[in-house]
Design a protein around this ligand. Structure first.
Ligand SMILES: *[C@@H]1O[C@H](CO)[C@@H](O)[C@H](O)[C@H]1NC(C)=O
Ligand SMILES: *[C@@H]1O[C@H](CO)[C@@H](O)[C@H](O)[C@H]1NC(C)=O
Ligand SMILES: *[C@@H]1O[C@H](CO)[C@@H](O)[C@H](O)[C@H]1NC(C)=O
Ligand SMILES: *[C@@H]1O[C@H](CO)[C@@H](O)[C@H](O)[C@H]1NC(C)=O
Ligand SMILES: *[C@@H]1O[C@H](CO)[C@@H](O)[C@H](O)[C@H]1NC(C)=O
Ligand SMILES: *[C@@H]1O[C@H](CO)[C@@H](O)[C@H](O)[C@H]1NC(C)=O
Ligand SMILES: *[C@@H]1O[C@H](CO)[C@@H](O)[C@H](O)[C@H]1NC(C)=O
Ligand SMILES: *[C@@H]1O[C@H](CO)[C@@H](O)[C@H](O)[C@H]1NC(C)=O
Ligand SMILES: *[C@@H]1O[C@H](CO)[C@@H](O)[C@H](O)[C@H]1NC(C)=O
Ligand SMILES: *[C@@H]1O[C@H](CO)[C@@H](O)[C@H](O)[C@H]1NC(C)=O
Ligand SMILES: *[C@@H]1O[C@H](CO)[C@@H](O)[C@H](O)[C@H]1NC(C)=O
Ligand SMILES: *[C@@H]1O[C@H](CO)[C@@H](O)[C@H](O)[C@H]1NC(C)=O
Length: 821
């Protein structure tokens, strides 16, 4: 053999074959085997592995089941046996069959976990790990009836094929219980279960008692839970409901068995659907509920305060500190906070009236739970009522009604910014927590005078500073201006003129001292650190094109992250497309230029930048128009900035669902072709001047792309597709070209979609375009169907017309690039 590589690969092949043989048949623990040390049991197809694992940086070991490394390269436990009883030494611990049970023994041969069934102590009992991730205890390898199976005892993960049931005889539900934190699989405070009251809805409970979320009842006809309407958008999970006199339960399967997806009760108190993306080596969040972190009951624990805009979400109230710094650092806030200084009455019970305790005013909050209402007439009476009890921690007084809290404060939420429905609470603290020096009456006047003087000085200083700021140039970072928060607050008159809101945050109009008009975007939920944020922003700053909205600067002060853009006087495309009946419709020529300009902008993002930027959120709301109606794509680059939270943002955005490419949801890697899909969906709307799917009376849905596809493939009347407001004023060739391109762009298989560069060439008339096939997903959105259930099967065999790559043709000469700017 001359080629050493060949030799090596033959050897490797043999090695792999041997290895495979070893792992097959290693899916069983039988009477005379045990699992110990780093030995594992692997399911016959290699999908799942059973063995000892250690979560994160913990030094504890647990018996668990995780995905096979060929499936998911990051160890991800889906089931844990000894959740509450970890072991330290895996070589002296043993998992084995004992007395007809599967039992875990620690180093002292004490049984610390068991399947705990009463059995006949048969020596033929075996435990088999199956390919669905189910560990099954059977009496003999061929016995069909399982004695016990892990799917019936889920921990925090609900795997496809598993069920979460309600036993109707005992009214007991199976629970999906969160871990305590990322390093401790012991049962945490949050659990999901089927409502024991028999409402056919799932509920999430805090500490097994208090409900804070419900799915709403299952509707068998539309196959969704009533309060989870986004299930209509569900391409992945096939939910089914069963019920008889003994039990009722839900189970689910995956439409596409190649997708790796799971459903968990997360230690954040939210239920989450995640899909594995091997290309990025991470779990992609597809959906979660409750949507807002602060909707999770008591997420920040006692005396904690939850702020949806903050990162981390939790902080301690003033005068308090985290009870367990270590857990707090693991994002486990449930222990809450404790007083830094004891109250006077706690120190000395004889001072029961606690005269020297004071109250800290905390405005703009959502009041905590478990208030007691008091029948008193004024605010000062309310305060003194609270002082009477040493265990009174806070009071609130609002239009004649007094509430006091005689317990720990739970579920307090701090609103930030412009939320106006907040209330004010007065929190009791030891006097020494207040730094005012006014113990002695004699000094008070002096102190007051002094502080008035100080305040005056500060005000003057601030005005001077502010004026200087107005005069001097702003700091420049790369091509971008670095603004201070103050500057933007002034420029936007304290964020008073809102231009719009989106998935990433609200946008406000502002005026800079040089009298240029700007649009300021307040970003929400940025998960990145300062350095990353700045580097990401400066990358976006370098992306400049006549069809892209220019980023002028940013502001980054702590959790306050803002982006400053050029202001676009004509607003966004949706306003002009979907307008009132009798106002003037956007002329065809303008529409065509908008379609072409947008395609050029996207081509630049996809092909001409140093790193390809996938926009991820193309829709009319994100196409802005300058004074001449030249289109500018906005919000590019933000998907990356938002990072892992992006898919959550996506699924919670209104109006986005119609633009989402199927691959976004099926969990495979997303490429620039996902933008092509959304762009295609938008083209339909540019043609029709209406939203693609409109809800008509009686809940009927019209889906415009289906009509277009039909007209185009059956050579029908293209003019019938045009916005009626245009009175048929559009050149037939342009109209039909745009409709054909749109149909090509929304092909199910991304390889059948053109690139944005090709779209530009087609719209410029450089490339011809052939008749597209009808995308398979459009068959699902049948016209006038009562409910749209989106799902695509993997585009396999029985497709009626296999689309070939068809738009290239004669006139394509050289690399005629999209000449822009
Ligand atoms: C015990 O293990 C041996 C081989 O290691 C095997 O031949 C035998 O069948 C096993 N006994 C039982 C009861 O499984
Ligand atoms: C398992 O442990 C043995 C002995 O400690 C060690 O030699 C071996 O490399 C380990 N195997 C793996 C896969 O870690
Ligand atoms: C483990 O600890 C190191 C150092 O403290 C930290 O960088 C790392 O992120 C931790 N890993 C996990 C999974 O928490
Ligand atoms: C089960 O059988 C084994 C031997 O087969 C015996 O040692 C053990 O004591 C039995 N356990 C019970 C609970 O009967
Ligand atoms: C095994 O568990 C028992 C009971 O929990 C405990 O007393 C003993 O110390 C443990 N042994 C080891 C080696 O962890
Ligand atoms: C097994 O069940 C019994 C009662 O049914 C319980 O007392 C015991 O703690 C359980 N043991 C384990 C290891 O779960
Ligand atoms: C135990 O054996 C009896 C009689 O052989 C049988 O009826 C029963 O189902 C067995 N129980 C289990 C748990 O296998
Ligand atoms: C189990 O079934 C297989 C094939 O179905 C058979 O070859 C084997 O002998 C059976 N084993 C026992 C213990 O019955
Ligand atoms: C279970 O709940 C139902 C409905 O709430 C009730 O009618 C029934 O009596 C309960 N059964 C038990 C065993 O508690
Ligand atoms: C949860 O409830 C139990 C009683 O059911 C109680 O002892 C415990 O303190 C509660 N946990 C929290 C965090 O309040
Ligand atoms: C969904 O699941 C049900 C029950 O398992 C099954 O009958 C049905 O065929 C599945 N639907 C699809 C589209 O896979
Ligand atoms: C608070 O203290 C009062 C009297 O000191 C007592 O009656 C009441 O039960 C206490 N409340 C709580 C929740 O401890």
């Amino acid at each position: 053999m001359r080629n050493p590589w060949l030799k090596l690969s033959v050897l490797l092949f043999i090695w792999f074959s041997l290895n495979c043989q070893l792992s097959f048949g290693a899916d069983t623990i039988s009477a005379n085997q045990s699992l110990s040390g780093n030995r594992t049991v692997v399911s016959s197809g290699g999908q799942f592995v059973l063995g000892f694992f250690t979560p994160g940086n913990s030094s504890n070991y647990y018996i668990g089941i995780w995905y096979g490394y060929q499936q998911v390269s990051r160890q991800t436990p889906v089931w844990v046996a000894n959740r509450e009883t970890p072991v330290r030494d895996i070589y002296s611990s043993e998992l084995k069959i004992s007395d007809g049970n599967l039992v875990l023994f620690n180093g002292s041969q004490v049984a610390i976990w068991s399947t705990n069934i009463s059995s006949n102590n048969s020596s033929s009992v075996v435990a088999v790990l199956e390919d669905g991730g189910n560990l099954v205890l059977r009496d003999g390898p061929n016995s069909s009836e399982p004695l016990w199976q892990s799917l019936d005892h889920p921990t925090h993960t609900w795997l496809p094929g598993g069920k979460l049931s309600l036993n109707k005889r005992t009214n007991q539900s199976q629970l999906l219980t969160s871990w305590k934190n990322s390093e401790d699989p012991a049962p945490g405070l949050y659990s999901l279960e089927l409502d024991p009251a028999g409402t056919n809805s799932y509920i999430i409970l805090w500490n097994r008692t208090r409900e804070y979320w419900t799915s709403g009842a299952w509707d068998e006809q539309s196959r969704i839970f009533s309060l989870v309407p986004e299930m209509r958008l569900n391409y992945i999970y096939n939910f089914s409901f069963y019920s008889d006199e003994n039990e009722s339960y839900f189970t689910y399967s995956l439409y596409n068995s190649e997708i790796i997806s799971r459903f968990i009760m997360d230690y954040s108190g939210q239920i989450k659907q995640l899909s594995w993306l091997e290309s990025s080596q991470q779990w992609n969040l597809f959906w979660s509920q409750p949507r807002q972190q602060c909707q999770v009951y008591a997420f920040c624990g006692a005396f904690g305060s939850c702020n949806e805009g903050g990162l981390p979400f939790c902080s301690c109230l003033r005068g308090f500190h985290p009870k367990s710094e270590a857990n707090w650092n693991l994002s486990d806030f449930s222990d809450g906070c404790e007083r830094t200084t004891k109250l006077q009455c706690e120190e000395d019970p004889s001072l029961a009236t606690g005269k020297t305790d004071k109250f800290l005013e905390s405005p703009n909050v959502q009041l905590p739970q478990n208030a007691r209402s008091m029948n008193v007439g004024s605010m000062s009476e309310c305060e003194s009522t609270c002082l009477v009890y040493c265990n009174c921690t806070a009071y609130a007084y609002d239009s004649g009604s007094c509430s006091i809290w005689m317990t720990e404060l739970l579920d307090l939420q701090q609103y930030s910014g412009d939320v106006s429905n907040g209330q004010t609470i007065y929190i009791r603290l030891a006097e020494s927590e207040f730094q005012s020096s006014s113990n002695n009456n004699g000094i008070i006047i002096g102190a007051v005078a002094g502080s008035v003087g100080l305040v005056l000085c500060l005000v003057i200083f601030a005005i001077l500073r502010w004026r200087r700021k107005r005069m001097i140039n702003l700091k420049v970072e790369g091509s971008l201006l670095a603004f201070g928060y103050r500057d933007l607050q002034n420029a936007t008159k304290n964020f008073s003129e809102k231009l719009g809101g989106g998935g990433f945050g609200s946008v406000f109009k502002g005026l800079l001292p040089d009298s240029s008009i700007i649009a300021v975007k307040q970003l929400e939920s940025i998960s990145q650190g300062e350095k990353q944020f700045r580097s990401e922003v400066s990358t976006i700053g370098t992306v400049q094109h006549v069809n892209l909205v220019r980023l002028r600067g940013f502001c980054s002060e702590g959790t306050r992250k803002l982006l400053v853009y050029d202001y676009m006087p004509n607003g966004s495309l949706d306003v002009h497309l979907f307008q009132e009946e009798n106002s003037k419709a956007l002329a065809w020529k303008t529409r065509y230029q908008i379609a072409l300009g947008t395609a050029r902008g996207l081509t630049y993002l996809h092909e001409k930048c140093r790193d390809c930027i996938i926009h991820c959120d193309i829709k009319p709301e994100n196409i802005l128009l300058d004074a001449e109606f030249c289109p500018k794509v906005s919000d590019f680059g933000l998907a990356k900035l938002i990072g892992r939270d992006f898919s959550r943002v996506l699924t919670t955005m209104r109006g986005t669902r119609g633009y989402l490419a199927p691959e976004w949801i099926s969990g495979v890697a997303v490429t620039a072709k996902a933008d092509v899909y959304s762009y295609g969906m938008m083209l339909f709307e540019i043609v029709s001047g209406r939203r693609n799917s409109e809800l008509h009376e009686e809940g009927k849905v019209r889906f415009f792309p289906t009509s277009v596809a039909r007209v185009i493939t059956e050579d029908g009347d293209v003019l019938s597709l045009l916005d009626p407001g245009l009175n048929g004023e559009a050149p037939m060739d342009e109209l039909s070209r745009i409709c054909k391109v749109a149909c090509w762009c929304i092909q199910d298989d991304e390889t059948h979609r053109p690139s944005m560069g090709q779209v530009v060439q087609i719209l410029e008339g450089v490339l011809d375009v052939n008749v597209p096939p009808v995308p398979r997903s459009l068959h699902v959105f049948a016209d006038n169907s009562e409910h749209i259930i989106f799902f695509t099967e993997s585009s396999s065999s029985q497709s009626p017309r296999t689309p070939s790559y068809n738009y290239a043709s004669s006139q394509a000469t050289s690399n005629t690039s999209s000449t822009s700017s």
